[in-house]
Design a protein around this ligand. Structure first.
Ligand code: URA
Length: 486
């Protein structure tokens, strides 16, 4: 007689283990169990077994330590085959202790195939879940913002992956709904359910922001269509707001590479020299005493405190209102900032603007500056390649940064990256020791530390880039909270 195992299609590891233990304790051979009808509500035939804990020495169940994590992963697979496979492995492991080491064994091969599929699906969920804000009629009635996301995993991975989202998005309420269960976080309790959820359709401004961000970080010169499609398979596209841009971005990639090459030829001598000359012109005599932030900016145009002014187009001073509550400090202007004379207007600036937008901070209300005010680079052909400023240059330029802070008296200073942190702390510091913390900075001001936006642009793996971007956005959300609380 075949025994029907009474497991739900979405059964988890604990539920399978309980059934498997009873079967094994009663010496039920794997071939005598039908796991495939688990979902159809067949009667609980386990009732006919003795389910009391097994005492006898010979019935003690042992497994190698690798089995449990493997089984915990495989149990998330959507095929009911998984129950039988795991039971077969458990059965065989009682006499074949080193079974898992035999990589050519059919059961072991299937186990690793299922494990890989679940891991890949988990990976994709971490990278491709996109939260949308839930509109609230009365925003003031709600202390925390609410978000929801729809995702379609291949396997029952919601329970397994939800703690990742809990860690990443602790400061907002969210629901991740999927046809294979849901997860809900309210700031204190993470709840998961294995009930299939129903999709609700909604568009919001977050979609627009993702699209803008994606278009900005999409570097046509690095376009590898195959790799991109492997990273972001088509089946995920329908739930990704940025995906509708992909066909167009691919089609226009070649033309944009050519345009980028043109743009990279950033040594326009006429323009460069004209600006340099203007900064030094006698009619433009700076005030002897700064007196105000505007006066300080004027003085800085003539800065020769280190040698960087010699090759840069102009001083790129801070930008923003004198009464700003928050000062953001970057490293140094890049190629585009050097030409525009304004900080954070190039690729890193686009990421920075996107994070401010998502966090609900208006760039016009904050002051944005750099630890070093001149672009440091080495010419390579027609291109100018960014060089990190050294300690002497950082020290020389701190003179300006300190005065910017004194004039503005912000509630919060945000160091974007290690150079800004080193300048503000007046000694070399490791970013990881301070990231995400608000440190007292004298006069009631606090210093908050996060990564530099260009770090996000340099991450080659798409999923890691997405995850780190989310983390950066969360840091900027925290910045808003800290400034409001100050
Ligand atoms: N990187 C910076 O640190 N500052 C800028 O202004 C631009 C890029």
């Amino acid at each position: 007689m075949m025994i029907v195992a009474p497991l739900d299609i979405a059964a988890n590891y604990e539920e399978w283990r309980e059934v498997a233990r009873t079967m094994l304790a009663n010496s039920v051979h794997p071939n005598a169990i039908d796991w495939s009808r688990s979902a159809d509500g067949a009667g609980n035939l386990l009732d006919s077994f003795d389910t009391t804990p097994v005492q006898s020495e010979s019935k003690v169940i042992t497994v190698p330590k690798d089995f449990v994590p493997l089984a915990e992963t495989i149990i998330c697979h959507s095929s009911t085959q998984r129950f039988g496979l795991l039971y077969r492995l458990l059965w065989r492991l009682q006499s074949e202790k080193r079974l898992l080491e035999i990589l050519s064994d059919e059961d072991v091969v299937l186990a690793h195939k299922m494990e890989k599929s679940v891991r890949r699906d988990s990976h994709k969920m971490k990278a491709f879940v996109r939260f949308k804000e839930v509109p609230e009629a009365d925003q003031t009635a709600r202390a925390r913002r609410k978000f929801w996301a729809w995702f379609e995993p291949d396997h029952f991975i919601v329970e397994r992956v939800s703690s990742f989202f809990q860690r990443r998005f602790t400061d907002m309420d969210w629901i991740i709904a999927t046809p294979k269960g849901s997860a809900v976080w309210d700031g204190s309790v993470l709840k998961t359910s294995r009930e299939p959820a129903i999709r609700i359709d909604a568009e919001d401004t977050t979609d627009e922001l993702w699209r803008t961000y994606f278009a900005n970080i999409f570097n046509p010169a690095r376009l590898k269509i195959k790799a991109m499609q492997a990273e972001m398979p088509k089946k995920y596209w329908k739930n990704l707001p940025e995906a509708e841009l992909i066909p167009d971005l691919i089609n226009t990639a070649e033309a944009r590479v050519a345009a980028m090459r043109e743009k990279q030829a950033t040594m326009p001598p006429m323009f460069h020299e004209k600006l340099q000359a203007a900064a030094k012109s006698e009619e433009d005599e700076p005030p002897e005493v700064a007196g105000s932030l505007a006066g300080l900016k004027h003085q800085a145009k003539h800065c020769t405190r280190c040698d960087l002014y010699k090759n840069a187009t102009q001083t790129v001073f801070g930008d923003g209102p004198e009464n700003a509550d928050i000062i953001f400090v970057g490293e140094q202007p890049g190629d585009q900032e050097d030409l525009a004379g304004t900080p954070f207007v190039g690729p890193a600036g686009k990421v920075f603007d996107m994070a401010l937008d998502v966090a609900g901070i208006s760039r016009t209300k904050v002051y944005v500056t750099n630890a070093v005010k001149h672009f440091k680079y080495i010419p390579r052909g027609k291109r100018r390649i960014h060089q990190k400023p050294n300690m002497g240059e950082i020290r020389a330029c701190r003179w300006w940064l300190k005065q910017e802070i004194e004039f503005i008296k912000p509630k919060l200073i945000v160091a974007l990256g290690a150079t800004a942190l080193t300048s503000l702390m007046e000694k070399q510091q490791r970013l990881s020791d301070f990231r995400g913390k608000a440190i007292p900075f004298g006069d009631g001001t606090k210093l908050f530390v996060t990564v530099h936006p260009s770090y996000l642009l340099r991450i080659p793996e798409e999923d890691m880039k997405q995850a780190e971007t989310e983390r950066f956005i969360n840091d900027i959300r925290l910045v808003k909270k800290l400034a409001l609380a100050a």
